[in-house]
Design a protein around this ligand. Structure first.
Ligand code: NAP
Length: 474
């Protein structure tokens, strides 16, 4: 299928051919940027900094609002591009486009309100002023699982703050990124202020982006392992970093929970995007008194999920991103079953073959199993039984990750205790989905550094400067 938003990017001599994970078919071939190309782009971004950063917040907001409008006007084609390269069902892809645009709209507004501060002075002859200034040229490296939203969540605050940004998207999903860039051009965002660099050499390009002295900040979303490499590489030039990394989210259901709500929350939290989201519920802890009832009801709902090509009507669960992902998920499931897990549903690649994996539900999981420690990143729910509140909180926190956690309970005292005790950057209480542009998204521990979205998100792209005005007399 030819996409009109991508007509300027078709490059049959290029070396990156994007494949549809549902069919294996080639979607489009695009050009490759080398490390040398990226060096030149960094210099151009630096040259664009003075003019872009000097524009008023209101002026930048007008451009960003046009971009937001264009993204929404092109929602359907963008969704089709996402589904073609990433595999998620079209309805989810449409939702991602709206979610992605929401950051552009939000930060268009926030850019106008990047206030500084006047601090009551320590000396009658002086005054203290704090101003916020754009940090400079910023680079971003993004993953394939939300190929539009993970870009806009970074570019919108950077641009609103006055910073040019260079983005390296995932090799599997560069087309959504290019379509977003095309719409940025149409909105009037200058070429050198926002550039997408597509490459099949992430290491080489990543090295330029993390070591170049003109780049002042790196914002990354992806795995914890790669995030650690990028943090190390950024150390020599002491770059500011934002890291949105992996997770191992617990989803706890207490005896007093609304069971129907918990089952619905579990379904959406686990199986959205075929389980390939960083905030996906990864470990389900169900209290003794409702353990069997929860599994029975959850299994009924999981069994109703329809696996298929994301472009087909009625598909709930699309393919995994590639064959390696299917192998990894299958190996985790097999090892859990060998170690004593009970297969309630699925447990194998889907009968459709290719990159499809059957929605799976495993019960009687124990903490020593590999699957309890790994980020599964597939449509596999693992269920543990627990007895006491203290014990489940300890188990939930027993991981190096600290991105998202969820729990269902109605006792008010318990709700507060557990919300405070969970060592996570985000906690969903009686809710299975918590992403929104108005709230700070991010993790603690090995799940990351910094926050995206909300009124805090723009600070990631600004420096704080303290000015002491002295000699003013008494
Ligand atoms: P990944 O392998 O870490 O890749 C992410 C990005 O880093 C891709 O653009 C990749 O390029 C690039 N990359 C890989 N190795 C690199 C290197 N040595 N130097 C520079 N760049 C490099 O992660 P993924 O498999 O795409 O995404 C899944 C992971 O992302 C999961 O762990 C998930 O939890 C996490 N995630 C976190 C959040 C969050 O907000 N916390 C959101 C979404 C996803 P290539 O594609 O070319 O390999």
């Amino acid at each position: 299928m030819a996409f009109s938003l991508l007509s300027a990017y078709e490059n049959s001599a290029g070396s990156i051919t994007v494949q549809n994970p549902a069919t294996g078919a080639a979607v489009m071939t695009i050009r490759e940027y080398s490390a040398g190309d990226v060096e030149a782009i960094v210099k151009k971004a630096q040259a664009s900094l003075p003019a872009w950063s000097k524009r008023t917040g209101k002026d930048r907001a007008a451009v960003l609002k046009r971009w937001n409008d264009l993204i929404l006007e092109n929602q359907e084609e963008l969704a089709q591009i996402i589904t073609a390269e990433c595999g998620k069902p079209l309805a989810e892809a449409r939702g991602e486009v709206a979610y992605g645009a929401s950051f552009v709209e939000w930060f268009a507004e926030e850019g106008k309100r990047a206030y500084g501060d006047v601090i009551p002075t320590h000396n009658p002859a002086s005054r203290i002023v704090v101003m916020k200034q754009p940090i400079g040229v910023v680079a971003a490296i993004t993953p394939w699982n939300f190929p539009v939203a993970m870009i806009t969540r970074k570019v919108a605050p950077a641009l609103a703050a006055g910073c040019p940004m260079i983005v390296k998207p995932a090799e599997a999903t560069p087309l959504s990124a290019l379509a977003i860039e095309e719409l940025a051009r149409r909105a009037g965002i200058p070429d050198d202020v926002f550039r997408i660099v597509t490459t099949s050499s992430p290491r080489e390009v990543g090295e330029v982006l993390t070591t170049h002295p003109l780049i002042k900040k790196i914002s990354f979303t992806g795995s914890t392992a790669v995030g650690k490499i990028l943090m190390r590489q950024s150390a020599d030039t002491v770059k500011k970093v934002s890291m949105e990394l992996g997770g191992n989210a617990p989803f706890i259901v207490f005896d007093d929970a609304d069971l129907d709500a918990a089952v619905e929350g579990a379904l959406i939290s686990k199986y959205r995007n075929a389980g390939q989201t960083c905030v996906c519920a990864n470990r389900f802890y169900i209290q003794d008194g409702i353990y069997d009832a929860f599994i029975t009801r959850f299994a009924e709902r999981v069994a109703s999920l329809r696996v298929g090509d994301g472009s087909e009507n009625g598909t709930d669960v699309g393919p995994l991103i590639n064959a390696a992902a299917v192998e990894k998920v299958n190996a985790l499931v097999k090892s859990a079953v060998t170690d004593g897990a009970r297969t309630v549903l699925g447990g194998t690649p889907d009968a459709r073959g290719g990159n499809f994996y059957a929605p799976t539900l495993l019960a009687d999981i124990t903490p020593d199993m590999d699957i309890a420690r790994a980020e599964i990143f597939g449509p596999v729910a693992t269920v543990f039984r627990f007895t006491s509140e203290d014990d489940v909180v300890a188990q939930a926190n027993d991981t190096p990750y600290g991105l998202a956690a969820y729990f269902y309970a109605r006792d008010l005292g318990r709700v507060w205790r557990v919300a405070e005790a969970l060592e996570y950057g985000m906690v969903g209480i009686n809710e299975g989905i918590l992403s929104t542009e108005v709230a700070p998204f991010g993790g603690i521990k090995e799940s990351g550094v910094g926050r995206e979205g909300s009124r805090y998100g723009i600070d990631e792209y600004m420096e704080m400067k303290y000015c002491l005005f002295g000699g003013l007399g008494n």
